[in-house]
Design a protein around this ligand. Sequence first.
Ligand SMILES: Nc1ncnc2c1ncn2[C@@H]1O[C@H](COP(=O)(O)OP(=O)(O)OP(=O)(O)O)[C@@H](O)[C@H]1O
Length: 256
Amino acid sequence: MRLVSSGSMSLSPLCLPNGYAPSTGIPFNNSLCFKQRKDQRNIVCACVAPPTSNIGRGGFSANKFTDSYKPEKLSRIGEPEEEDSDVLIECRNVYKSFGEKHILRGVSFKIRHGEAVGIIGPSGTGKSTILKIIAGLLAPDRGEVYIRGKKRDGLISDEEMSGLRIGLVFQSAALFDSLTVRENVGFLLYENSSMPEEQIKDLVAETLAAVGLKGVEDRLPSELSGGMKKRVALARSIIFDTTKETIEPEVFKQLH
Ligand SMILES: Nc1ncnc2c1ncn2[C@@H]1O[C@H](COP(=O)(O)OP(=O)(O)OP(=O)(O)O)[C@@H](O)[C@H]1O
């Protein structure tokens, strides 16, 4: 495993405590992160944005941005090209602007099965934007996103993407301030399912433990650190993912 990084925004290894990659919703094994395993892959690391000095009035310099990305340099630098059968997510030459601000200019990379990848860069360089495009919450102006080799066309449902669910935990965590951690994590089940309260309580405790938060069920969000709040939000999205069959279909439809 190694980290290669240049420019101001890069893809780099990411390790979460309890086997869940929030940006992709793909469960992964802790041992994939830092222990060598026979089937372990190197982590893809790649510059996808220019240094901040290139951010001018009109946004990033297209040339610099494109220059900093060379597809052949991104995967396993110095290693032979691998076949693409295990590529889960691929961004190909993705562009996105907001008005006059050109945020993404030709971003391309591949994320393979078993890889945990972080996107690193200064504030405002487009990290969340590319994640939203991958998740299908934003459509790119140009370029393509492929999920398991299938082109994602703008804002579409995940239902067609068999075997891969995309989950996204927002930076702000978006917790309800007046509810306890238990009520926040189990919110959908308490409100919109017929699951018995005791079962929800156990499920919430189990999921919180899985993200490294044992015993905080009765706390309010204001009593948690920023990182803990994010893990509570992660627990909430895991519960949503694992119990969606129990949520009332009408509510489920609205959430999707
Ligand atoms: N919906 C939007 N409308 C207009 N501008 C937007 C929108 N979303 C993002 N931007 C702008 O695009 C730029 C990139 O935003 P983005 O949230 O992707 O940055 P980031 O790299 O994730 O930043 P941070 O590290 O601060 O979270 C910012 O200048 C932001 O103001």
